[in-house]
Design a protein around this ligand. Structure first.
Ligand SMILES: Nc1ncnc2c1ncn2[C@@H]1O[C@H](COP(=O)(O)OP(=O)(O)OP(=O)(O)O)[C@@H](O)[C@H]1O
Ligand SMILES: [Mg+2]
Length: 296
């Protein structure tokens, strides 16, 4: 059995749970309003395309885990990536801001464009790139320092002088819907926050350097339903200012927060479309089977 399939089977939820979840997700998606007309009419015009992967393949050593992925990422929209465990979602997400450069055995072919420019081109400054494309991980990972320093650190490293930092701390915490809860304790350790607060702090930290794109890898998977609802609300608001790509195992979450959904399986992009279409009326049988909880 291929490693991918083995991983999928070992981490898969019981099918009964999945199909219950799926029914609700399909219902949520059916109630969605479509993104504004202009997006659909201009679907492939450059001005709404923030990023694009073009025939992207990815290997770890000899193991090819992504095969020729071509998909758009639209500006000021939320794109969800769904698919069984081990299908390459996180790998794809990490390729979008060259986080996989840190993995020695990782190698890619194809292109990833940001505003039409190849982010893997030789002249690209990776530190600047990651400032433009921020990332939030599955497990909240605040730095072991104060709440305010968690936020101030990035802008400081990027050259903001001390005088400007307080304002950035406040505005970033407000954008991440955390200011009200922490403004009296900014000097406390970030590790004293609850899990949901820590994750919003990590979002605030990502926003503090004014990124254009925010990548989120299962940002709610370690959170309770209340904290999850807060993050989902936040994601919906963030798309006014940012382009968001979120990996999620939770179908209902994909249906609730995203405008577009990409379904991956065993390293391939099986289907990409408006979220409503993917959930209500997918083109491919495999998508329908996954959405309805029949595998994965
Ligand atoms: N650093 C690495 N070195 C070698 N193989 C890796 C590495 N990271 C991931 N892989 C392999 O690449 C494949 C895709 O992994 P990836 O983490 O992208 O999947 P995923 O879709 O995010 O899965 P999950 O839903 O479980 O998070 C898997 O077979 C995995 O074992
Ligand atoms: Mg993953």
């Amino acid at each position: 059995m291929p490693a991918n399939t083995r991983d999928s089977l070992s981490k898969a939820k019981p099918l009964k749970d999945r199909s219950e979840e799926a029914k609700i997700a399909i219902k949520i998606a059916a109630d969605l309003t479509d993104p504004p007309e202009i997006v659909r009419e201009d679907l492939l015009k450059t001005h709404v395309l923030k990023m694009e992967s073009v025939e992207l393949s990815h290997w770890y050593g000899d193991n090819r885990v992504l095969s020729g992925i071509s998909m758009p990422i639209f500006n000021n929209r939320v794109t969800a990536i769904i698919g069984p465990s081990g299908c390459g979602k996180s790998t794809f997400l990490r390729d979008l801001n060259r986080m996989n450069d840190l993995v020695k055995i990782a190698r890619i072919a194809g292109k990833i464009l940001l505003d039409g420019q190849d982010i893997y081109a030789e002249h690209i400054d990776v530190v600047q790139l990651r400032k433009r494309i921020g990332m939030v991980f599955q497990k909240p990972n605040p730095f072991p320092m104060s709440i305010e320093n968690n936020i101030a650190y990035g802008p400081y490293v990027h050259g903001v002088k001390h005088e400007g930092l307080d304002e950035i701390v406040e505005s970033s915490l407000k954008k991440a819907a955390l200011w009200e809860e922490v403004n009296q304790r900014l000097k406390d350790s970030a590790l004293s926050l609850s899990g949901g607060q820590q994750q919003r702090l990590c979002i605030a930290r990502a926003l503090s350097v004014q990124p254009e794109v925010l990548l989120m890898d299962e940002p709610c998977s370690s959170l309770d339903p209340h904290a999850t609802a807060k993050i989902e609300d936040l994601i919906t608001k963030l798309k006014q200012d940012y382009t968001v790509v979120i990996v999620t195992h939770n179908m209902q979450q994909a249906a609730r927060v995203s405008d577009y959904t990409a379904f991956f399986n065993i390293g391939e992009l099986i289907e990409f479309d408006r979220t409503k279409k993917i959930f209500a009326n997918p083109e491919r049988k495999m998508t329908e089977e996954y959405i309805s909880g029949r595998f994965g």
